[in-house]
Design a protein around this ligand. Structure first.
Ligand code: DGJ
Length: 751
């Protein structure tokens, strides 16, 4: 490792593990032959990071600013960059400082674009101009230190590229080496830049029971802000974006994408600047933000991951899925190479709501085991004085009326049926009607003397406090130590209000936005260390806390409380633009559905849920023999192909968006030995036939056998044909595949 202002170095990487193979080669002779490389050319002051299919280039311009030069498809080793040139002044109204796509611009010197960093010094000065200071090349990336032109504010920019996906992790460490405190008012993790062109922005929006709407719009002059001011990730928008160039579509064209690994308030700003270039800046949400750095203190930003794909939105999401599985999700002791496909779960919520008790849960467990379920999860209602949502949160002892002998008899029963046991918790919340609140009313987020707004009759514990953090960690550790629990469903059912933290001096209280989330992560990390086999689901009234930050600890997420199988098709479609089906839990619930009152067949409901990680959430105590047999058959069929569905390459063949009559997806295992196809009809109109499905991602030269999981192919469809046949000719559905809410599924196995 070398730190220098003038070092010429190229560090070449061989594997994900970042084995150092051949340091100090000249950039031009080595980069093209290797999957990944980091280089700094001292003559031109250009940094270049290469991964498979991707190059990222930036440099120090003569003014001393760190300027982005290129982000896109992999360049040849012989392609050299001259020193960065700042953009010109645009008349007298836009300065080079504002026009130049800086890697991390301080607010000062007349910056009108979104700043990466904005501070106020103790003497009232708010001008911050960051220039290159030094750098350190690491085997898998580079750290570049910037410093204010006069004051001792240092910012270290961290760049780490995962060589196989070319996904770049960027973050910043801000350090105050002044003698007085400095207040950070805005701190991004990174700013990404794209040259002037026609672009389409994709982002995910929603609300409770309506998450994961893919929103697409032209990037125009001005700024599009996607954010959460809620203290957590939120349902309203998700910290992910994808920008398509020109004619790019699902399968073709340039796409740049990014995802922020942060579960607190966040903001991503997509701006087209005055010279038509585009910048994407993301990190802590600056709204109500203020982080005081005392002399010698540092602030670490979250990581903003960014990637590039040449093959459309589909290519971008396949890269992201693989990256999440290989590099974000927990890799547990018994899951050495990749997270295992999720157990098929049963969850009690929709069947019993708060009315859980020993006899009822045991009866459900028996039915679940008979279906072939792997894990039984008891949801809300088992603790404190919890009869409904008015009481009990905070009192994490077992309710004696419902479970007179504790949880052990139920857990033993679940184990005797061949399943493992999971339990619901909502650790960050408290009902005012609870022993915990009566004892510690000061533990909630609040401004003293002001009202405390309740939502779902609950308040948010101030997890930023050390005593609250210790309490939460303590009860969870005890619960997991005393009971044989394999899985926690970690829920979070409201957003913040009155986010005061009156233990701190007034000027420092806004730190709560950072420290709350950091403490959440530290609790999760500590639980992971102490109970390494216990798996976790991140739930926040559905999909309110899904992001790459929480996914470092969560093995799966609950995408939505809306389990309507038709609505789920669109939600799942949106979800998969950013997140892998591996983490996408999907329960089969009762019909008619409680939300939309829509009726659908069990087979339709099963196939809708089988596109992700399957769960059963219906009141199975009421299922008849036929329903039980259908579910059992389809769970067995799902188990047989689950790795391909949840960890294979996903192709969204026909989108269910925009009131589409039809939809279809296909997944292909990485070795191309298996593929699974799902097809859905919303409502056949004017007798239309289901479109022929031209499959993707198969090996054209290999033979694949088609077998139905549910439904039939058109009479005469070959049972075995080449990958070329399935991809060029395609798969036709049976003529009888018509009607409302119909579903079919097929598997193809290489011969
Ligand atoms: C909200 C979750 O999303 C539901 O699945 C369920 O766990 C309830 N909370 C329980 O209160």
């Amino acid at each position: 490792m070398h730190t220098s202002k003038s070092l010429i170095s190229t560090v070449v990487l061989r594997t994900v593990a970042g084995l150092l193979m051949a340091p100090f080669f000249m950039m031009a002779t080595v980069i093209a032959a290797q999957p990944s490389a980091v280089a700094f050319d001292a003559a031109t002051k250009v940094f270049r990071i290469d991964g498979e299919g991707v190059s990222y280039v930036f440099g120090v311009n003569p003014r001393g600013e760190l300027q982005q030069l290129y982000w896109g498809g992999r360049l040849a080793a012989t392609d050299a960059f001259p020193q960065a040139r700042p953009m010109p002044e645009w008349a007298s109204f836009d300065s080079p400082y504002s026009n130049t796509p800086q890697e991390y611009a301080g607010w000062g010197a007349g910056l009108f674009m979104e700043p990466a960093l904005k501070v106020t010094f103790a003497d009232g000065n708010r001008d911050l101009v960051l220039h290159y200071d030094s750098h350190t090349v690491r085997p898998d990336g580079v750290d570049v230190v910037l410093k204010d032109i006069q004051r001792k504010i240092y910012v270290t920019l961290h760049y780490t590229m995962e060589p196989h996906s070319g996904i770049l992790a960027r973050s910043a460490t801000i350090e105050n080496r002044e003698a007085q405190p400095v207040t950070v008012e805005q701190a991004a993790a990174a700013a990404w830049a794209l040259p002037p062109s026609h672009y389409t922005l994709n982002y995910l929006t929603g609300r409770w029971a309506g998450e994961w709407t893919l929103t697409q719009e032209a990037v125009k002059t001005g700024a599009r802000v996607i954010e959460s001011r809620r203290g957590s990730t939120g349902h309203r928008a998700n910290p992910w974006f994808a920008i398509q160039a020109g004619e790019s579509n699902e399968d073709q064209g340039d796409v740049w994408f990014g995802a922020l690994a942060w579960s607190g308030s966040w903001r991503i700003t997509v701006e087209q600047d005055q010279l038509d270039a585009v910048r994407v800046t993301g990190g802590f949400n600056p709204f109500d933000f203020g982080y005081v750095l005392h002399p010698g203190e540092k602030l670490e930003t979250p990581v903003f991951y960014g990637g590039y794909a040449a093959n459309g939105l589909g290519g971008a999401s396949r890269k992201l899925h693989r990256f999440e599985i290989d590099h974000i999700l927990p890799h547990r002791q018994d899951q050495k190479n990749a997270p295992k496909p999720r157990p098929v779960i049963y969850n009690s919520w929709e069947a019993t709501e708060f009315r859980v008790d020993e006899a009822g849960q045991m009866a459900l467990a028996e039915k679940a085991a008979a279906l072939g379920v792997d894990r039984f999860v008891m949801d809300d209602g088992w603790f404190g004085q919890r009869k409904d949502d008015h009481a009990g949160l905070g009192d994490w002892y077992v309710n004696q009326q419902k479970f007179p002998h504790g949880l052990k008899p139920l857990i033993d029963k679940v184990h005797s049926l061949g399943m493992d046991f999971g339990l619901w918790v909502e650790p960050e919340m408290v009902n005012p009607d609870s022993d915990l609140y009566r004892k510690h009313p000061d533990w909630v987020l609040n401004f003293p003397g002001r009202p405390r707004s309740e939502q779902r009759n609950q308040l948010v514990l101030n997890l930023a406090r050390a005593d609250v953090r210790d309490y939460v960690l303590g009860f969870l550790d005890k619960l997991l130590t005393e009971n044989d629990i394999a899985f926690l469903k970690w829920d979070y059912n409201r957003n913040w209000s009155e986010p005061g933290w009156d233990q701190l001096p007034p000027a420092e209280q806004k730190k709560v936005y950072v420290e709350f989330t950091r403490n959440l992560y530290s609790i999760l990390a500590e639980l992971q260390r102490k109970h390494p086999k216990v798996e976790l689901e991140s739930c926040s009234g559905g999909g309110g806390r899904v992001d790459l930050g929480i996914l470092r600890y969560a093995d799966e997420v609950w995408p939505s409380d809306n389990t309507d199988p038709f609505d789920r098709l669109t939600q799942q479609d949106g979800f998969t633009y950013a997140y892998t089906p591996q983490v996408m839990m999907a329960w089969v619930t009762d019909s008619p559905h409680w939300l939309n009152k829509r009726s659908s067949s069990l087979s339709y409901r099963m196939l809708s849920s089988m596109q992700g990680s399957l769960g059963i959430g219906a009141n199975i105590a009421k299922w008849n023999d036929e329903e039980t047999a259908t579910a059992k058959r389809l769970i067995a069929a799902y188990h047989a192909v689950q790795p391909t569905i949840v960890q294979g390459d996903l192709y969204r063949l026909i989108s269910p968006r925009n009131d589409s009559e039809f939809s279809a997806t296909q997944t292909v295992s990485h070795d191309k030995s298996q593929s699974v196809v799902f097809a859905f009809i919303h409502s056949t109109q004017e007798g239309r036939t289901f479109p022929r499905l031209k499959l993707k991602g198969l090996d054209p030269a290999q033979q694949y056998a088609l077998s139905p999981i549910e439904g039939k192919a058109l009479a005469g469809t070959p049972q075995v044909a080449s990958g070329a046949w399935w991809m060029n000719h395609g798969l036709d559905m049976d003529e009888g595949f018509r009607g409302d809410f119909q579903a079919a599924a097929f598997r193809l196995d290489r011969k």
